[in-house]
Every structure is written in C-alpha cells, then in structure tokens.
Design a protein around this ligand. Sequence first.
Ligand SMILES: *[C@@H]1O[C@H](CO)[C@@H](O)[C@H](O)[C@H]1NC(C)=O
Ligand SMILES: *[C@@H]1O[C@H](CO)[C@@H](O)[C@H](O)[C@H]1NC(C)=O
Ligand SMILES: *[C@@H]1O[C@H](CO)[C@@H](O)[C@H](O)[C@H]1NC(C)=O
Ligand SMILES: *[C@@H]1O[C@H](CO)[C@@H](O)[C@H](O)[C@H]1NC(C)=O
Ligand SMILES: *[C@@H]1O[C@H](CO)[C@@H](O)[C@H](O)[C@H]1NC(C)=O
Ligand SMILES: *[C@@H]1O[C@H](CO)[C@@H](O)[C@H](O)[C@H]1NC(C)=O
Ligand SMILES: *[C@@H]1O[C@H](CO)[C@@H](O)[C@H](O)[C@H]1NC(C)=O
Ligand SMILES: *[C@@H]1O[C@H](CO)[C@@H](O)[C@H](O)[C@H]1NC(C)=O
Ligand SMILES: *[C@@H]1O[C@H](CO)[C@@H](O)[C@H](O)[C@H]1NC(C)=O
Ligand SMILES: *[C@@H]1O[C@H](CO)[C@@H](O)[C@H](O)[C@H]1NC(C)=O
Ligand SMILES: *[C@@H]1O[C@H](CO)[C@@H](O)[C@H](O)[C@H]1NC(C)=O
Ligand SMILES: *[C@@H]1O[C@H](CO)[C@@H](O)[C@H](O)[C@H]1NC(C)=O
Length: 634
Amino acid sequence: MVPTALLACAAVAGFKAGGLELLGQTTTANGYAPSSIPCPSILPTVRAASGLSSQEKSWLALRRNNSLPALVNVLERANLTGFDATAYLRGAADNDTMLPKIGIAVSGGGYRALMNGAGALAAFDSRTPNATGPGQLGGLLQAATYLSGLSGGSWLVGSLYQQNFTSVASILSATGGSLSQLWQFNESILDGPATLSTTKYYRQLFDSVETKEDAGFNTSITDYWGRALSYQLFNATDGGGGEGYTFSSVANDTEFASAQAPMPILVAVERSPGQLAILGNSTVFEFNPWEMGSYDPGAAAFAPLRFVGSAFENGTLPSGRQCMGNVDNVGFVVGTSSSLFNQAFLQISKVEGVPDFLINAINATLARLSGGEEDIASWPNPFYHYGTAHNLNANSTVLTLVDGGEDLQNIPLHPLTLSYREVDVIIAVDSSADTASHWPNGTAMVATYQRSATFPSTNSAGFPIVPDQNTFINLGLNTRPTFFGCNADNMTTPGPLVVYLPNSPYSFLSNVSTFDLEYTNEERDQIVQNGYNVATMGNASADPAWSACLGCAVLSRSMNRTQTQPPAICLDCFSRYCWDGTVNATTPAPYEPTPAIAQPSPSSSPSSSSGGRRSSPVVVGCAAAMLCVLLIST
Ligand SMILES: *[C@@H]1O[C@H](CO)[C@@H](O)[C@H](O)[C@H]1NC(C)=O
Ligand SMILES: *[C@@H]1O[C@H](CO)[C@@H](O)[C@H](O)[C@H]1NC(C)=O
Ligand SMILES: *[C@@H]1O[C@H](CO)[C@@H](O)[C@H](O)[C@H]1NC(C)=O
Ligand SMILES: *[C@@H]1O[C@H](CO)[C@@H](O)[C@H](O)[C@H]1NC(C)=O
Ligand SMILES: *[C@@H]1O[C@H](CO)[C@@H](O)[C@H](O)[C@H]1NC(C)=O
Ligand SMILES: *[C@@H]1O[C@H](CO)[C@@H](O)[C@H](O)[C@H]1NC(C)=O
Ligand SMILES: *[C@@H]1O[C@H](CO)[C@@H](O)[C@H](O)[C@H]1NC(C)=O
Ligand SMILES: *[C@@H]1O[C@H](CO)[C@@H](O)[C@H](O)[C@H]1NC(C)=O
Ligand SMILES: *[C@@H]1O[C@H](CO)[C@@H](O)[C@H](O)[C@H]1NC(C)=O
Ligand SMILES: *[C@@H]1O[C@H](CO)[C@@H](O)[C@H](O)[C@H]1NC(C)=O
Ligand SMILES: *[C@@H]1O[C@H](CO)[C@@H](O)[C@H](O)[C@H]1NC(C)=O
Ligand SMILES: *[C@@H]1O[C@H](CO)[C@@H](O)[C@H](O)[C@H]1NC(C)=O
C-alpha cells in the first residue's frame, strides 16, 4: 500500500530551447521544432511557488462571475427540497466565503480513461443534449473552477481545450468537418489516421521529431508518442497532425480567456537525475495554460509555459539569450503526462511495413538512455541554478518528467488540494484498472491520502481519510458514488470533500484493457455512454435524488463556513453516500461485476481481449517488473 514505485532511472544530458506559438488552432511555420520567438519587453522569469500566479488570480476573478450563475442553475434543477439554493447563493455574488469552489479530476487509464471520463464530462456539460433535463447534472462543468487530467485523462482535457473547449457531444456527433476526424480510435495509433497514408504518417512522425533534434533539443520516445497522439486528439487533417499546437496557446482561446470554461491542469511527475524510485513524496508537476512547475518542495517554482524552452539560469534569461517557444507542443505535454505508453508505442517496431528509418530513430533515442528509462520525457530545465537550496534538480539542464500516475496517484487530485486554490469539492472520476478485471479499487485515493498523511506540506490542504482497497471492494465503495471527508470538523487540516466516481458497469462492460489501442466507434460511444451513466447513476434511475445529493456535496463546505444547517434532504444524502469510517479489510472475492442495465449487444463485450483490435502485448515488453505493475494499473 505504500505508494512507492521502483523505477530505474538516470540523468540524461543536453538541452537548448526554441519555438513559435499562436492560437490553439493555428500551426506555426516551424511545425514541431522549437524556435526563437520575440521576447516580451519585460523578459520572462521563473517565480517561486509561494502563491497562485497573477494570471490565475485575475482569471479566477472572472471565472466566479460565470461559474456562480451556472451553479445556481444546476442546484435549482437538483430540487433541494426545503432549501432555497438561489437565495443562499445570492450571498456568494460578492462573498468568496459563501462561494462553493468545484474541481473535477479525470484519472489516467489510457483510452478507457479518455472515454469513461468523456462520459462524465458530457453528463456535467450543459451543452450535451438532454443533460439539463430533470435529474440530470448538465451545468456542473460550467460551474467548476478547475478541470485536471492525467495520462489518459490528459488526452481528454487537452483535446477539448485545444478545440476552444468544444463539447464531448460535438466531437462524437460530428458527421463531417474536421471535428469528425478526432477520436477515431478505430484507426490504430500504430497505423495512423485514415486521412493519411501509413507511409506518410510514419514519415511525418520521423521528420517532426528530427526537426526538434536539429534544433538542439533532447528527444525520447515520448516525442514520437506525443506526435502520434496528436493526430487522434488535435488535428488529423492539417497535414502535420497538429504539430504546431502549443498548450500555452489555450491561454488566448476565447472560451478559456473569457473564463467560460474551467481552468485545465495537466499532471506529470518528476524523476530527477539518478533517482531510482518514485516515492510518495514525488514532485508533482502541473501544466496550465500559463505556466509549468510544481508547488512541491522538490522544485517549488514555476516557469512561463510559452517560454519554457528558453535557457533560464537562476530564474532569468542572461543577456543575449533568446526567448524560445514551441517546446510546450500540446502533444508533447499530454505525451509526457502519459509517458508510460511509451512502452506500448514500442510495439510499432513490430508493425509490418514500418520503415527502418523510423525504427532506427526510435531505437536511437532508447540507446541514449539507461534501461528502464523508456518512459521519460526530456524537458529543458527552466529551473537550472534556481533556488538551489530546495530545488532538487538545480544542477541539471534537463528536467525529466514521467507519467502522472507513476506515483500511483492516478487521479489528478494533487493540484486540486493545493491550499491556495481553496477547492471545496473534488469530483474524482476514476477509470483506473486496479483489479484483475480492470476496474478501480480505490488505489489512487489511497495513494493521495497516504501522501497527505505521510508528507504533509504547508502548500497542501487536508485530504479526507479513505480506507484500504479491500474495504473499497467489500463495502462496494468502488461500485457507486461515495463521498469522503463529509465532516469538515473531522479533518485535521481543512480540505475538500471528495466525491469518488468509480468506473463501474451500468450499460456496458467498460473495463477494457489499458493497452487496447483500437476501438470501433460503437464501442467508443458505448463506453462514453456508460461513463455518462456512472456520473448520473443511470440517469437517476438508481437514485432519483442523486442530483440533489451531489448538490449537497457541492454546498457542504460552504454551508459549514456559513454555519448553515443542511436541509433534511442533504442529511439523508450524507447518511447514504458518505463513507462513515467503517473498515472491512478482509481479502475480497475476485471482483467481477456485471452491468446493471442489460447490455445492448452482448456479442461486443470489449473486456474479452483482441478480436481484431490491436491490443499491445506490452507486458511482454516490460523493462522492469515494477513498470509492468504500473502499466497494468494505470
Ligand atoms: C496571448 O495573450 C497574451 C496576453 O494575454 C499576449 O501577450 C500574447 O501576444 C497573445 N498571443 C497571441 C498569439 O495572440
Ligand atoms: C422535488 O422533490 C420533491 C420531494 O422531494 C418531489 O415531490 C418533487 O416532485 C420534485 N420535483 C421535481 C421537479 O423533481
Ligand atoms: C433526449 O431525450 C429524448 C426524450 O427522452 C429522447 O427521445 C432523445 O433520444 C434524447 N436525446 C439524446 C441525445 O439522448
Ligand atoms: C470559441 O467558442 C466560442 C463559443 O462557442 C465562440 O464564441 C468563439 O468564436 C470560438 N472562438 C474560436 C477562435 O473559434
Ligand atoms: C485542422 O486544421 C485545419 C487546417 O489548418 C483546420 O481547417 C481545421 O479546422 C482543424 N481541425 C481541427 C479539429 O482542429
Ligand atoms: C523524498 O523523501 C526521501 C526520503 O525521506 C528524500 O531523500 C527525498 O529527497 C524526498 N524527495 C523529494 C522529492 O522531496
Ligand atoms: C540567483 O538570484 C538571486 C536573486 O534572484 C540572487 O540572490 C542569487 O545570488 C542568485 N544566485 C546565483 C547563483 O546567481
Ligand atoms: C530496434 O530495437 C529492437 C529492440 O531492441 C530490436 O529488436 C530491433 O532489431 C531494432 N531495430 C532496428 C532496425 O535496429
Ligand atoms: C548544485 O550545485 C551547487 C554548487 O556546486 C551545490 O551547492 C548544490 O548542493 C547542488 N545542488 C544539488 C541539488 O545537487
Ligand atoms: C487493488 O489494486 C492494486 C493495483 O492498483 C492491486 O495491486 C491490488 O491487488 C488490488 N487489490 C484488490 C483487493 O483488488
Ligand atoms: C461573507 O459571508 C460570511 C459567512 O456568511 C460572513 O461571515 C461575512 O461577514 C461575509 N463577508 C462579507 C464581506 O459580507
Ligand atoms: C474521523 O476521524 C477519525 C480520527 O482521525 C478517524 O478514525 C475516522 O475514520 C474519521 N471518520 C471519517 C468518516 O472519516
């Protein structure tokens, strides 16, 4: 249960910098290569992580004006009998003590996590057809302040934001135009999109990564992996797989800049030079549209994302150094967050027809690393010689980041428990494959709880006590929504209430293997639909009061601060959904749930493997035993 993951590791050398970036939908002349960009008149600098960025603070001031009316709307519909939510929240219009702050976290777990997470986001999105009907939850997304994504969850979040915060429903229902080219998982990532010949696809992967090397930057398999993902997530039809898109460009997109969408946060963890293990005190890095860095003591600094490739020294750019952009290519960012899939991507060398130049190039990136480092992403280190006393990575010009789930915190809760962010409720969408049959068992919750208990940090809010995984299964806490931390007074350090939403079968067996890399559009839509059912409890069929109960969870901390007695309906909800501290740690029987709602097409159960789908036999290729364990569980 100790969230310790042994992973071989070592230093990698070399760096430079570069780039050009424009709006999310715009390709730079340079494609993937970093290149110099004009420096702003006030040169970019690194900052100490002693509070939120000025950009985030200004944005929050805008966001509350949009999130509050959305929340009023959701709560009106939630029918909190005996409680006038509208009147209550009127007081929050100019009073942050009353305003409930919502964060949504979408876990890792490859395509399964993207699809299950997409179902939850669709359920929370007022733009989804029917999501604002009775008993529905549409509008919670509009009411949320933060949306974090990790690994497969980062693919979902990154994909939506790179399209100006389009909706899940718009992507799935697009029948023509370029949105309809996204999320085509029937075209294996190992073969490329239908709109491009396979030969051209391989050539483009090779060429774009080569341009980054030519610009003087380190590359690893993560670069190829991120490039390949980009065709499925960002743009398959612009001739280069969205190769010029940067994550920092989201800061300029209409929907985000005008605070019509929550703030996206993508997560990775650091494995610093020479570090052999990813411990429970891992340095968790976040990427948001303005910055990348970490609030944890191992780095405790942030760099402006757009300029992250510039050769900073002690936090500033020595005179004469250029501002370098385009290092924060969005494919590279989500590739970093999901770098465990580098192992799966290695299967490309077994695909017939993959040209030698591509395999040689991939092999060459491996040859530069020690064994067990297949999963790293090599970033230029903007924190070089910065804050030497605390910065564990102060003397390296490279920053090596890996999959956000490698410290077993597979739900990106960490950025949402930052005390400065004052989040009141986290809706935690867990698509982890913990059990033998690929369902979650609470491991990600346990990991974050143990970290908070073992390595308390002044920057971190408290995290609710959660039980062991056996208890999760024995009490069915992994089959239905469960609230943790209901009693604010029972927490030693103030922190959010967590609404845990585990993937479980309602209408479809969505427990597909993390390394199934191909899905028909029908399977995709069924898994998304199941995720929608998980979030809405089968359109409230499993509990007509579910939307009210979720509303109570959202209001709970605010009511505690204003010393407002929760209405009877909330007390009833809390008695049914709050974990009451009961533990049953006996070893459970194998967990093999069946769908609550009859399956539409029994023949297409995706849990039995293969059958035409390209399932990567990644376990065979595991470099280290522990990596295999991680690959199976994230
Ligand atoms: C993005 O916005 C920032 C300030 O918010 C501005 O300095 C920058 O020029 C903008 N970039 C583009 C490409 O419009
Ligand atoms: C609201 O809840 C009350 C009882 O809790 C019920 O009688 C009423 O029908 C509900 N209204 C709607 C619109 O669901
Ligand atoms: C919306 O609800 C109506 C009425 O229940 C139903 O006919 C329709 O199929 C639903 N649309 C979607 C997209 O679910
Ligand atoms: C982004 O979406 C909003 C809302 O749909 C729209 O008003 C705006 O024009 C879009 N911006 C771009 C650049 O597409
Ligand atoms: C992809 O790029 C093309 C060409 O730049 C553009 O017309 C299209 O809107 C983009 N599609 C998506 C989904 O971003
Ligand atoms: C984590 O803890 C270990 C052992 O206490 C310590 O050596 C290491 O420096 C810590 N790592 C970070 C990133 O704080
Ligand atoms: C780094 O910069 C700080 C001021 O920002 C300065 O106090 C310190 O001496 C500098 N360290 C080095 C090694 O240059
Ligand atoms: C690439 O590396 C793999 C695994 O080490 C090896 O089997 C393969 O022969 C290499 N391919 C080339 C073209 O060098
Ligand atoms: C970095 O180098 C400086 C100067 O040699 C040294 O004082 C410091 O301890 C080193 N920091 C780390 C994290 O190794
Ligand atoms: C829970 O999941 C972890 C992996 O995340 C696994 O090692 C453990 O065996 C699982 N326990 C149960 C009871 O399923
Ligand atoms: C904000 O609300 C709290 C709790 O109801 C109250 O104590 C405080 O006085 C209010 N602040 C302002 C400025 O109205
Ligand atoms: C309340 O706190 C106690 C002591 O810290 C703990 O044992 C108990 O499990 C907590 N109850 C809940 C429901 O979290």
